[in-house]
Write a protein of this length. Structure first.
Length: 190
């Protein structure tokens, strides 16, 4: 009888662990990017551009982040950290997406699994449609070298603009999800 109780308890614990793992690996809540004006020129994306393939990674947002919730979400210190997915999730996804993207360089160290719409601008934390293997270094066709840290700096700049009330959230989300290089240049290369 005691052995049967132990077996049942272990089965329940195992089932709970499996359910918890499934919940942690789900993409979570997400919504499409806000509708707005289209860019005046077509975005050329994919390998060699430093931009994600917008068919694979169109960008999605967290529906909990709205203009009405800014002070309790993205403009609240520590909020982005509280919704960041575990590195085990993003590391596994990076391996899959490097293959999906068809990058000739498959060394995972050469990429960071990045949120197209960053968490600090209300990007969907776990949605693969908002995550992409961003090259740490890209040499553009015109010879310009870009790095992932430049996008990080733009994210910080746009976050500050939104939280200071100088830029609408939806505009910042569209800028970063479109051609972030053009947005970085337009912002004065922060």
């Amino acid at each position: 009888m005691r052995r049967r109780t132990v077996v049942i308890a272990l089965a329940v614990i195992s089932l709970a662990a499996v359910l918890a793992a499934v919940v942690l690996w789900l993409p979570g809540p997400r919504a499409s990017l806000p509708v707005g004006p289209s860019p005046s020129t077509a975005i050329v994306d994919g390998p060699g551009t430093g931009l994600p393939n917008h068919r694979l990674t169109p960008g999605t947002v967290n529906p909990a982040v709205t203009p009405a919730t800014l002070t309790t979400t993205i403009c609240h210190a520590g909020w982005a950290t509280s919704v960041r997915p575990p590195s085990a999730y993003t590391s596994a996804l990076k391996i899959i997406q490097i293959r999906e993207y068809g990058y000739p360089d498959t060394n995972t160290r050469d990429y960071q699994e990045d949120h197209l719409v960053p968490l600090e601008l209300g990007g969907a934390p776990r949605d693969p449609a908002n995550l992409w293997p961003e090259p740490n270094l890209t040499l553009l066709a015109d010879g310009t070298q870009t790095t992932s840290s430049q996008k990080d700096n733009l994210e910080d700049y746009l976050h500050a603009e939104v939280c200071a009330g100088r830029m609408p959230l939806a505009d910042a989300q569209r800028l970063i999800a479109g051609d972030w290089h053009a947005a970085w240049h337009a912002a004065g290369e922060p």
